[in-house]
Ligand binder design. Structure first.
Ligand code: MRU
Length: 371
C-alpha cells in the first residue's frame, strides 16, 4: 500500500499544454496511477467510469472538461455546434451530483459576452482553476466549522471520539481536506484522539478502499466495518457522531448521498447519535424542495454488485472476481435520500445550520432574493 498521497486529486499538467492530471481512483488503494486527461471526451469518460468521483471533484473535472471542449471547438469547423455537443455529453455523465451541472452552468455564464473562442478558452481555464481553489478553501472552512462539534464531544467524554462515516467524502472526493473528513483532520491536528468507523460502502467500496487509505496515510485511527454494522455499534454506544458528505441537498435540507446513508441516519436517529452532513454550497440544489421525489438517483450497472475487485496476493496485481451466481440479476442504485428530519445539522463553508430552508437561508441569505 502506498504511503504517500498526492496533495490534490486533480491538477494541471506542469509541462504538457491542455492536459489535466488525475488519480485513477479505480485502482486505489493498491496502485496510485496518475492519468493524463487531454480531451473533453476523456474528461466525460473519467467521470462516467468513476476514474474521478465524489461530488466536488466531479464538478472540478467537468469545469476542466468544458475548458478542453472550448480548446477543441476553436479548431472545429462548426465550433458552436461542437461545443454544445461536448457540453451535453459532459452533463449526462452522472445524474445525482449537482456539482456537475453547477460547474458547467458557471462556465456557460462566464462565457457570456465573449465572442472569440480565444477569449473563451482563457476564461474557461481561469474558471476551472477558480472552481478548484474555491473547493479547497470551502473544504478547509467546513473543517474549521466542524472542529467545535468534535471538541465539545471530547470535552464531555475525555476519551477518543468515535465517528462513523459512509463512502468517501475525503480528499479524493474533493480536491483537498474532504468535506466529511475535514473536521476529522482539523481535530486530529488539534490533538484530539479520534477513532473513525469506516463503512465499507458496497458495491464499489469507496470507504474500505479510499477513506481507509486516506485516514491511514494521515495517521488517524480507524476500523473498516461491513455496511450493516453501524446500527449495532450505535445501539451499544460505540458511535459518538456520524459525518457524511452529500451529492445533492435540497433547499429544505434533504440529502442525497451514497446508497446506505439513509439507513445510517435512521439508526442514528433511533439511538440519539448526532448525524451531520458536510457540504460545499455547490452541492445545494436551490431549485429542489423534496429530495425523495425530485433528486435523480443514478442506477449503475449490475456488474458492480456481481463482481468485486481487490488485490491478489498471489499474482501481486488487481484482480476481479464474481461474487454471485452467474445468472442472478442484481440491482444497483448508487444513492439514496435522507430526509432532512434525520439530519442533526448541515455543515457548510459558512457554518452549521439546521437541515431546513430556514437554516440554509440563514447562511445563504442571497438565495432568498433569487426565489
Ligand atoms: O458514487 P460516488 O463515489 O461519486 O459517491 C460519492 C459520495 O456519495 C460521497 O459521499 C459524496 O459525493 C460526497 S463527496 C464530498
Amino acid at each position: 500500500m502506498p504511503h504517500t498521497i498526492p496533495r490534490r486529486s486533480i491538477w494541471l499538467h506542469p509541462q504538457a499544454p491542455q492536459t489535466v492530471q488525475i488519480i485513477d481512483q479505480r485502482s486505489l488503494p493498491h496502485l496510485v496511477k496518475i492519468v493524463d486527461i487531454k480531451s473533453s471526451d476523456e474528461a466525460a469518460r473519467a467521470i462516467q467510469e468513476m476514474w474521478v468521483r465524489g461530488a466536488p471533484l466531479i464538478g472540478a473535472m467537468a469545469g476542466f472538461g468544458y475548458w478542453l471542449a472550448v480548446c477543441e471547438a476553436k479548431k472545429h469547423d462548426q465550433a458552436d455546434h461542437y461545443l454544445k455537443r461536448q457540453l451535453d455529453a459532459l452533463a449526462k455523465t452522472r445524474p445525482t451530483a449537482v456539482n456537475l451541472q453547477w460547474a458547467l452552468d458557471l462556465q456557460i455564464a462566464r462565457a457570456v459576452g465573449l465572442d472569440s473562442f480565444g477569449e473563451r478558452q482563457v476564461k474557461a481555464l481561469e474558471t476551472a482553476k477558480e472552481i478548484v481553489e474555491q473547493e479547497v478553501k470551502i473544504s478547509n472552512d467546513i473543517g474549521e466549522w466542524g472542529l467545535p462539534l468534535i471538541e465539545t464531544l471530547y470535552q464531555k467524554h475525555q476519551r477518543p471520539i468515535n465517528i462513523l462515516t459512509h463512502c468517501n467524502a475525503g480528499r479524493m472526493a474533493t480536491i483537498e481536506w474532504g468535506t466529511a473528513t475535514a473536521p476529522i483532520y482539523k481535530a486530529h491536528q488539534a490533538g484530539i484522539p479520534l477513532h473513525i468507523w469506516v463503512d465499507e460502502t458496497r458495491p464499489r467500496n469507496q470507504g474500505a478502499r479510499i477513506t481507509a487509505w486516506e485516514l491511514g496515510v494521515a495517521g488517524i485511527a480507524h476500523t473498516i466495518i461491513a455496511d450493516n454494522t453501524g446500527g449495532h455499534l450505535m445501539q451499544h454506544g460505540k458511535v459518538d457522531m456520524c459525518i457524511v458528505g452529500t451529492d445533492r441537498t435540497t433547499r429544505k435540507g434533504d440529502v442525497a448521498n451514497k446508497i446506505g446513508t439513509y439507513l445510517k441516519a435512521l439508526a442514528a436517529w433511533d439511538n440519539q447519535v448526532p448525524f451531520y452532513v458536510a457540504l460545499p454550497s455547490s452541492t445545494i440544489d436551490w431549485g429542489l424542495a423534496n429530495g425523495l421525489h425530485e433528486i435523480p438517483i443514478e442506477e449503475r450497472g449490475s456488474e458492480e454488485i456481481r463482481y468485486i475487485q481487490g488485490w491478489s496476493e498471489e499474482t501481486q496485481a488487481i484482480a476481479k472476481v464474481r461474487l454471485t451466481p452467474a445468472d442472478s440479476p442484481a440491482l444497483n442504485y448508487g444513492f439514496d435520500v435522507t430526509p432532512a428530519k434525520y439530519v442533526s445539522g448541515l455543515l457548510t463553508e459558512r457554518g452549521l445550520c439546521a437541515a431546513s430552508e430556514k437554516g440554509l437561508l440563514s447562511l445563504f441569505p442571497e438565495q432568498k432574493l433569487k426565489q
